[in-house]
Design a protein around this ligand. Sequence first.
Ligand SMILES: NC(=O)c1ccc[n+]([C@@H]2O[C@H](COP(=O)([O-])OP(=O)(O)OC[C@H]3O[C@@H](n4cnc5c(N)ncnc54)[C@H](O)[C@@H]3O)[C@@H](O)[C@H]2O)c1
Length: 256
Amino acid sequence: MAFTGKVALVTGGGSGMGQTTARILAQAGAKVALFDVNEAGMADTAAGLENVYPYVVDVSDTEAVHAAVDQVVAELGPIDRVANAAAIMPFGKLLEQDAKVQLKLMAINFGGLVNVATAVLPEMVKRGNGDFISFSSMSGIIPGLLMGGYCSSKSAVQTYTETLYHENRDSGVRFVCACPPPVATPLWKQAEDTIVPELTKAAPALAPEEVIADIEQCLEKGEFLSMPGKGTSIGYYMRRFFPNYLWNYAHKAEGF
Ligand SMILES: NC(=O)c1ccc[n+]([C@@H]2O[C@H](COP(=O)([O-])OP(=O)(O)OC[C@H]3O[C@@H](n4cnc5c(N)ncnc54)[C@H](O)[C@@H]3O)[C@@H](O)[C@H]2O)c1
């Protein structure tokens, strides 16, 4: 992948898939802006790379995101690619999880996407080219016990990105929504600090590189949904045609 001279914006660029995405794009020659609240993580991403530019930005803060996007455009140039990877993932039974935590999940995971989309896409669409990538999850397709807050935020990410895609399908901007199963990243520490549903242990965790390669293939092929990993798309069809089977499976797995 050659990305020389292009400008990319990666939210959540201080860890996990955002970090891997940022490094791959920087090594391919892009100037990469990172938006994250994790300063140490962003410094780690930028280590040894002259073309990675960390910006401390809370993606749930509308004014801060819009101001930071203006700053990136002024400092690095028009944005050619966006990867929306910033997220949190505390789990819990809905009536036992603090309402404020559930709303924070929406504010960061979904609100962050809204803030970046409204800041970046109008110019990208006007220009008629660019790539816009959202990280939803298989959890956005298949809701599960003990993770309703996270699943709701990821369903919202998927619906919002799909609508963006269709509203701008003749614009020249390419849209991909990534729906991976579990991926081996630090995000799982948050689940481990709360609860890890049995269902999430059903498939082995993918490597971040596998997810990113699948997104790249989807961009090239013009496919909207990226579902990396062997058999992942089966989950998508099971949810569509046999939702009760999946819920029964979940009840059995979690034991209630
Ligand atoms: N890891 C998985 O199993 C998995 C599976 C499917 C989808 N996803 C999705 O992929 C994306 C990347 O996940 P990951 O596993 O690399 O996570 P990660 O925890 O490794 O990285 C997420 C980054 O987002 C940042 N972040 C959190 N809140 C923020 C805020 N308010 N403002 C700015 N940055 C903030 C964190 O500091 C962190 O650096 C997420 O959207 C996640 O929901 C992850």
